[in-house]
Design a protein around this ligand. Structure first.
Ligand SMILES: *Cc1c(COP(=O)(O)O)cnc(C)c1O
Length: 395
């Protein structure tokens, strides 16, 4: 193969060269006397990305799913009631985990293409006068359908009903990419992972925890769910000395140092703006492709980190993905679960720029054509180009 393999899946994302080089180092002593300084800088700067001042951030050597598990095990008890919604493969898996860990899930089933039903949540919270609901769960960005949800609206639903439930957010494909406000939105547990907006390999589960959730953890104590590897208590004890209760993934931490430097230097508002600008180009391209359509049902639901795209009738999305991979060295995301064969996904989060996305859209047009779609070659690229010409900052 000549040239690069191109990665346009919604995680793992492209790793910036300085981040990759920062990880290419000899193994180091994770009990070295200067290690605590390094760790405390990471934990402090992660809070800047999460937009939180109080509370704590935990870093587990796991993927995002481990941080999900930790959030539940440390703050809730088996049999407790939680409010959740399901509208794609990732929200579906979170519900599955909650049920398997013994929670009593009050489930809102939502059409795939829409997100967290804030109004339904509000009615359920208002009706729950005995406050039996202990936590409300939101998948901020449903990576399978390219749908974002309004977390501020869920906060408002809790506030307006005076409901004390904790607010859990799956931010795996949104934190460090699109607007996320731990403090402002009163989020209690926010889950992320290293391989999406943080532009690292998989292997770090990242969890933001509010003071209220830390209190819930203390209150539960030994009467809660069994937990060991993911225990907050063990992590807090060792983090307070600057170390970890088990071997940390030191290379990933060195990469995280550089990725945090990059995010903070650019500024979170600018990172969010860039994701919106790049995503809009992809959406305009999809609109220009005859017979193609976003899975998200309207602009208010469209995600700035990933677009899931229905292929035209009679065109199998798996053929698009296969042509992209074998002929054009380009990976697109597959249609998950019931979207299998019907949709493919373009990931547009992390280390990307307009020219890279024009390349992705061009590859998508060739692959769609190969798969039998009657789109006009160049139509999507032209729409994206016009948008990028008009909106890309000149400095
Ligand atoms: C990727 C993803 C996950 C799963 O994270 P892993 O790191 O694969 O465990 C969970 N939720 C969302 C929204 C995701 O995009």
């Amino acid at each position: 193969m000549n040239g690069n393999q191109h990665l346009f899946i919604p995680g793992p994302t492209n790793i910036p060269e300085p981040v990759r080089q920062a990880m290419n180092i000899p193994m180091e002593d994770m009990r070295a006397p200067d290690f605590p300084d390094f760790v405390s800088g990471l934990l402090t700067d992660l809070k800047k990305v999460y937009r939180m001042e109080a509370g704590r951030v935990f870093l587990f050597p796991s993927s995002g799913t481990g941080a999900w598990e930790s959030a539940i095990q440390n703050t809730l008890n088996s049999g407790e009631k939680v409010l959740m919604s399901r509208f794609g493969q990732f929200s579906l898996l979170w519900v599955d985990m909650a049920e398997r860990l013994g929670l009593d899930v009050d489930l809102c089933e939502v059409e795939w293409g829409k997100g967290v039903p804030a109004d339904d949540y509000k009615s359920k919270l208002a009706a729950d006068t005995s406050h039996s609901i202990k936590a409300v769960f939101c998948t901020q960005n449903e990576t399978a359908t390219g749908v974002k949800s309004d977390i501020a609206a869920v906060r408002a639903a809790l506030d307006e009903t005076g409901h004390p439930a904790m607010l859990f957010v799956d931010g795996v494909s949104s934190i460090a990419s699109v607007e996320f406000e731990m403090d402002k939105w009163g989020v209690d547990l926010a889950v992320s992972g290293s391989q999406k907006g943080f532009m690292l390999p998989a292997g770090l589960g990242i969890l933001g925890v509010s003071d209220k959730a830390l209190e819930a953890n203390k209150a539960i104590g030994n009467s809660g769910m069994n937990r060991c590897y993911f225990s907050f208590e063990d992590m807090i004890k060792l983090n307070d000395t600057g170390y970890f209760p088990y071997t940390p993934a030191t290379q990933l931490l060195r990469g995280l140092r550089v990725s945090l430097d990059m995010l903070i230097e650019v500024g979170m508002e600018n990172v969010w703006e860039r994701h919106n600008r790049l995503a809009e180009g992809v959406r305009l391209a999809v609109a220009a492709w005859d017979g193609c359509e976003l899975v998200s049902r309207g602009p208010e639901w469209a995600s700035d980190t990933v677009s899931a795209i229905y292929t035209p009738d009679g065109v199998d999305a798996r053929d698009v993905i296969s042509a992209g991979f074998y002929k054009y060295n380009t990976s697109f995301g597959t249609g998950l679960n019931k979207l299998m064969g019907k949709a493919f996904r373009i990931g547009h989060l992390g280390s990307l720029n307009p020219v890279m996305l024009c390349g992705a859209l061009s590859a998508a047009e060739m692959a769609l054509t190969d798969a039998g779609a009657k789109i006009e070659p160049g139509s999507g690229v032209a729409a994206a180009q016009a948008h990028y010409c008009a909106t890309t900052p000149s400095k």
